[in-house]
Design a protein around this ligand. Sequence first.
Ligand code: SAM
Length: 234
Amino acid sequence: MINKELLRTQSAEFAVELNDEAAERFDIYAKLLVEWNEKMNLTGITHPDEIVTKHFVDSLVVSRYCDLQAGTRLVDVGTGAGFPSIPLLIANPHIDAVLIDALAKRLTFLQAVLDECGLSARLIHGRAEELGRDPRLRETFDIATARAVAPMNVLAEYCLPFVKIGGSLIALKGSDDDVTPAADAITALGGEITLTQAYNLPNGDGRSMAVVSKISQTPTKYPRKNKKITTQPL
Ligand code: SAM
């Protein structure tokens, strides 16, 4: 279904080399995405070349900013149809990935993708702000990542409680998202913005990303309940 050469070339532009097995798994993923999208709302992007660039390569950008070696614990908050975590898992099958989403039916799709691709990850149905208080998850991850979930001050409250000191949050944002207004919120949550970068996808679409390093423990009062987070954002 997908043009594997296009996938390989575009991934290489972001320093990700894909072997045959990975390319085959991306093909399976794309087929399932299009097939399941007919019965549930997963994505507005269905052209194979656009799936490659705007979903797969866009997600793989995360690996430019962290070391995804075997055993690295990564949590994808608000994973939806699996972005960015499933592409990261396909390219780095030995990471220890946890995918979280508030919508249970999306996890049914993700389990099918994992099964068909022969990959393993933990899928958790729930809200980030509740799961971030669970001691089995809190401050246990090397990397938290999220794409298109919430503005940075809200996203930081969802994600930073999961990250252990020394780890980081890598947030994929649109081209005109300025994260600096969230700096005080990030500080309150034990983080520090260490990098922001604007770049273009291979098709020219603009994107930006931010790396937030976890430098101290998140105070136990965070994350707050959803209503507080959205009505009184940090
Ligand atoms: N990250 C995916 C992507 O880039 O394609 C999905 C983006 S979609 C716009 C946002 C997703 O975040 C939805 O699947 C939604 O259910 C989930 N979400 C939003 N807020 C959440 C929260 N507080 N906890 C868990 N999931 C959440």
